[in-house]
Design a protein around this ligand. Sequence first.
Ligand code: CUA
Length: 330
Amino acid sequence: MNDDASTFVAPPPHPGGSFWLPVQGSTKAPEVDSLFHFITGISLFFFVLIVGLIVWFLIQYRRRPGIEPQPSPHHNTVLELSWSILPSLLLVVMFYRGFTSYMDMRTPPDGAMEINVNAKKWSWLFTYSNGWGEPELHVPRDVPVTLVMTSEDVIHSLFIPAFRVKMDVVPGRYTKLWFNATEVGEFTLFCTEYCGTRHSDMLAKVVVHDSVAEYQQWLEKASDPYTDQDGQPRPLAEVGAMFYTKRGCIQCHSTDGSAKTGPTFKGTFGTTQKMTDGTDVVIDENYVRESILNPMAKVRGGFRPVMPTFQGQLKDQDIGAIIAYMKSLK
Ligand code: CUA
């Protein structure tokens, strides 16, 4: 993880925003802005009306020589009722619009794409469906995305101004936030809960891809085990070790020579072993490949035939990496 959050380079402001507000980057943004303008407009109208009347009355009814003080006017029922009822009605409208909008924001739609978020002082980690995690948030356009968020230390808060969404990220529990991005491009994500010295450095980049296909392409490339973060190729045995852990070989096969549910990986490659049917088989590339794709074909003597197939889950290239890893375990 990138612990030096100050290396973050904020993307330039996305074009299309107004003087007051950033670009409307999600389906929710127009509604939020409209409500904001509605409330601001009403507040502004009454501010000007009330302050204007105060100033006008100050001048109009100031004490002047030759004019005697007059008694205060009497109670006016129509006036009293209208300045009570009219603002109440406006408040009801504001509440209704705010509440329904809020409830909609609080309720992720069914079938939304889920991305896990881990916040800690002072960085973000986004973990995708295939287990890949990184400090940038990538999403496809026009797809509802739910962020399932938790914190490893103190309370943080995730805020994407362009999407008009904000939610606290709390240690010891999960909070959710959803959005449906509509604008392709890069945006900035802020921590918006004061969380310590470098709170203001706790930023992340949000990248919206044009389509699900493009997003999948990015994810595949980013999580490509054959290259490291800098795009440099990794040693094959190292890649194999990653598959060994991430694809679950580790559950049944040890690397220290001990037998678990299945035989150990250590010191096995190149040896000749007895199968359950009594035949002798050399543990070579072809045997390993067959055992991964069709585990029941030749089961090692002394072990039960319980291994699931990895047909369709591991490519030949991946199997090659696992073989390289086995070879390295002398
Ligand atoms: Cu995390 Cu402020």
